[in-house]
Design a protein around this ligand. Structure first.
Ligand SMILES: [Ca+2]
Ligand SMILES: [Ca+2]
Length: 272
C-alpha cells in the first residue's frame, strides 16, 4: 500500500501523483482490489487545509500574546494614573481655625497653633474678626503712634455664663487656637445652631457660638470648641482685650420653634 499523504513542503505533479493503491478485498478470497487514484486534488486540499489550520493557530497565539501585552500595559498605565492622582490629592485640602484648642482633630494637620486675638471689646475702628495669632511671631518695629488694635482674647465665661459641657475654669483665661489643614477635602462650613454635620460631611469639631457682648463693639461670631482649654497656666486675671461671650437665642424674627428661646447656640465645623 502506498502513502496517501506526501510530505509537507513537497508537491507532486502529474503522473508522479498517480499511485496504485491496493488493499485486501476479502481475506478468504486471497485476492486484492486494485485502483488507480489521482491524489493531486486531495493533496492540494489537504495542504490548503493544513496551512489554514497552521495560520489560525499562529493568529490565535499572536492574539493571545497581543492581548496579554495590552493587558499588562493597561495595568501599568492604570497604576501610574492612580499613583499620580493620589500624589496630587495630597496637595489639595482645606484649612480652618479651631478656636479654643491648641491641636487639630483626628488626622488633620496642624499648620500652626497660637493665641486668639482681635480688637479691644470697647474700641471703635479696626477689624471685627477674631485672629489666630501664631506663637512664633515675626515682629515689626516699635512705633509711637496711638492706634493699638491688636489684643489677646479672653474667655468671658464666668459663673452662670458657662455653657453646658464647657470647663468652668475658663473665665478671664486666654484663648488658644489651632489652624488645621485637612487633606483631600474641598469644602468647609461652620453650621450655627447644630452640633452634628449633615449627611456626607465630616465633623472637625463642635462647640458653642460666641461673640462680643451686646453692650460692646460688634465682632465676628466664632465657634468655640466644646472642649475649650486655657491658652496657658497663668492664673485668671481680668486683662480683657477681645472677648468671647457665650450668646443665646432670641425668639421673634428667629422662629421658635424650630429654635428654642434663650438657649445656648451650638455650632459645628464640617468638611468634605
Ligand atoms: Ca486674662
Ligand atoms: Ca475679662
Amino acid at each position: 500500500m502506498v502513502g496517501l499523504l506526501p510530505s509537507l513542503g513537497s508537491e507532486c505533479k502529474g503522473d508522479s501523483c498517480r499511485d496504485v493503491i491496493s488493499m485486501p478485498l476479502l481475506d478468504d478470497m486471497k485476492a486484492t482490489l486494485k485502483a488507480d487514484l489521482d491524489v493531486t486534488n486531495m493533496n492540494n486540499h489537504l495542504k490548503a487545509y493544513i496551512e489554514q489550520q497552521v495560520q489560525k493557530g499562529v493568529e490565535t497565539a499572536m492574539k493571545d500574546v497581543m492581548r496579554q501585552l495590552i493587558d499588562n500595559k493597561l495595568e501599568e498605565a492604570n497604576a501610574t494614573i492612580e499613583a499620580t492622582i493620589l500624589t496630587e490629592l495630597e496637595r489639595y485640602g482645606i484649612t480652618y481655625v479651631r478656636w479654643g484648642r491648641k491641636s487639630c482633630y483626628d488626622g488633620a494637620e496642624l499648620v500652626y497653633t497660637g493665641q486668639a486675638g482681635g480688637n479691644r471689646y470697647n474700641y471703635n475702628g479696626g477689624g471685627v474678626n477674631y485672629l489666630c495669632l501664631p506663637n512664633d511671631p515675626e515682629n515689626g518695629e516699635h512705633q509711637s503712634y496711638n492706634n493699638p488694635q491688636l489684643f489677646g482674647a479672653e474667655y468671658e465665661i464666668i459663673a452662670d455664663w458657662n455653657p453646658r459641657g464647657m470647663s468652668g475654669i475658663l473665665g478671664n483665661r486666654e484663648v488658644p487656637c489651632a489652624v488645621c489643614h485637612r487633606k483631600r477635602r474641598s469644602s468647609v462650613i461652620t453650621i450655627p445652631g447644630r452640633k452634628t454635620c449633615y449627611k456626607d460631611w465630616n465633623v472637625e469639631y463642635n462647640g458653642y457660638l460666641m461673640a462680643s457682648h451686646i453692650n460692646y463693639k460688634r465682632t465676628d461670631y466664632a465657634c468655640i470648641d466644646v472642649h475649650a482649654e486655657p491658652f496657658d497656666n497663668k492664673s485668671a486675671t481680668d486683662e480683657n482685650g477681645a472677648l468671647f461671650y457665650p450668646i443665646r437665642t432670641s425668639c421673634g424674627s428667629l422662629r421658635c420653634p424650630p429654635y428654642k428661646a434663650d438657649a445656648d447656640v451650638l455650632c459645628v465645623l464640617c468638611t468634605k
